[in-house]
Design a protein around this ligand. Structure first.
Ligand SMILES: [Zn+2]
Ligand SMILES: [Zn+2]
Length: 374
């Protein structure tokens, strides 16, 4: 890290006075301080660089060493073991020295936020039309009743980890040929949790949480589609030691329907018409999704033709206006015909001047014949 040019980092010239350096640092430190830029690793990195540069240039001995050797590292030059900036205090202290102690890096806390939990619910097509109340069963981590969520057997509060001083991380400074390198790793003693439970509760093993089955009634809005989820705030797992609970996400699964196919807000169904209906036309009243629908089979309708019935589909999440219902007209051909029917059909063909069908003997006759051949 000493490979940075402290003059360039602070934006000052090699001839800058102590006051100029100080004022340049103040400006940049204010800009990049972690308290001003929470969860911004770039700013944090920049803040470290700025602080490191200032640590070099504000110390006449280190500055002289840098000017001479291009590094402030003590192994270069004759400088004695001066106070190490990283070991005593760190950036926070330097910052406080400038701006007063009010600002501090984030304070470690024994609480932890609860996890979000996912559950699923099956919804019928009619529920998509009207919306519905559904019972959802799921499992979550809930506060342990034995220890009241504290995790300790005797009710005492968990102790701050002494290895990491409650930060959850351990920082090591290694001197390398490019200078001091800081690495932070998860604290091995508390596994990053910052707190230790020395006398764990027998029920929850010290977590303060136990797995619990839950039932909850949720309001499924009209228009939902498979895969969409409903967030129920605060109904996920409980937080640790009073931390905020997570949320419950209920994932919708719209059940297959035997009669209807769905495409967004539109529905499609099939209607079997007879040859007589297709040829002569007909007025139809039949069941839609929620109420009866009426449509006309026009004279001479061909098999597969589609009829659109407006407003008999489904609403969407955004609009209560319903999509359309498409009815596909199939031609239902009788699988069996009696003698009278067959005679009429032959007569019909004759009247129309069509070829008169000449079927083989009946189904049983054909079967018999087939066997005889063998
Ligand atoms: Zn620790
Ligand atoms: Zn417990």
């Amino acid at each position: 890290m000493a490979s940075i040019d402290p003059y360039a980092t602070l934006g000052v010239s090699k001839a800058a006075t102590a006051d100029e350096i100080k004022s340049a640092y103040r400006k940049l430190a204010r800009q990049y301080h972690p308290d001003v830029n929470p969860d911004n690793p770039d700013a944090e990195e920049k803040f470290k660089e700025v602080s490191e540069a200032y640590a070099i240039l504000s110390d006449p001995e280190k500055r002289a060493r840098y000017d001479q050797f291009g590094t402030a590292d003590e192994q270069f030059g004759a400088g004695g073991p001066g106070p190490d900036f990283f070991r005593d205090g760190g950036f926070g202290d330097l910052f406080e020295a400038f701006f007063g102690g009010a600002q501090q890096a984030r304070r470690p806390s024994p609480t932890m936020e609860g996890d979000d939990v996912q559950a699923s619910v099956v919804v019928e097509l009619i529920d998509v039309l009207h919306g519905a109340e559904k019972e959802v069963k799921y499992r979550r981590s809930a506060k342990c009743d034995t220890c009241d969520g504290k995790g300790t057997a005797d009710g005492s509060a968990p102790k701050q980890c002494d290895t990491c001083q409650g930060t959850g991380g351990v920082t090591q400074v290694r001197q390398t040929f490019i200078g001091a390198v800081r690495t932070t790793t998860t604290c091995p003693k508390c596994r990053g949790e910052a707190y230790l439970v020395e006398n764990p509760c027998a029920t929850c093993g010290g977590d303060g949480l136990v797995t619990k089955s839950e039932e909850l009634t949720v309001k499924v809005p009209a228009g939902v589609e498979t895969g969409q989820s409903l967030r129920v705030a605060g109904r996920g797992s409980d937080g640790v030691r009073g931390g905020r609970p997570g949320d419950l996400y209920v994932v919708m699964h719209v059940a297959e329907d035997k009669r209807f196919e769905r495409r967004g807000p539109d529905l499609a169904m099939k209607y079997d018409m007879t040859f007589a209906q297709a040829a002569l036309g007909d007025q139809i009243v039949t069941d839609g999704l929620d109420e009866s629908i009426e449509f006309e089979i026009r004279t001479g309708t061909q098999p597969g033709e589609m009829i659109k019935i407006k407003g008999c589909g489904l609403p969407t999440l955004r609009s209560s206006q319903r999509g359309d219902l498409f009815v596909q007209l199939n031609l239902a051909v009788p699988k069996k015909t009696g003698e009278a029917e067959a005679a009429l059909l032959r007569e019909y063909a004759e009247v129309r001047g069509e070829r008169i069908p000449e079927p083989k003997e009946g189904f049983l006759g054909g079967l018999f014949k087939g066997k005889k051949k063998k």
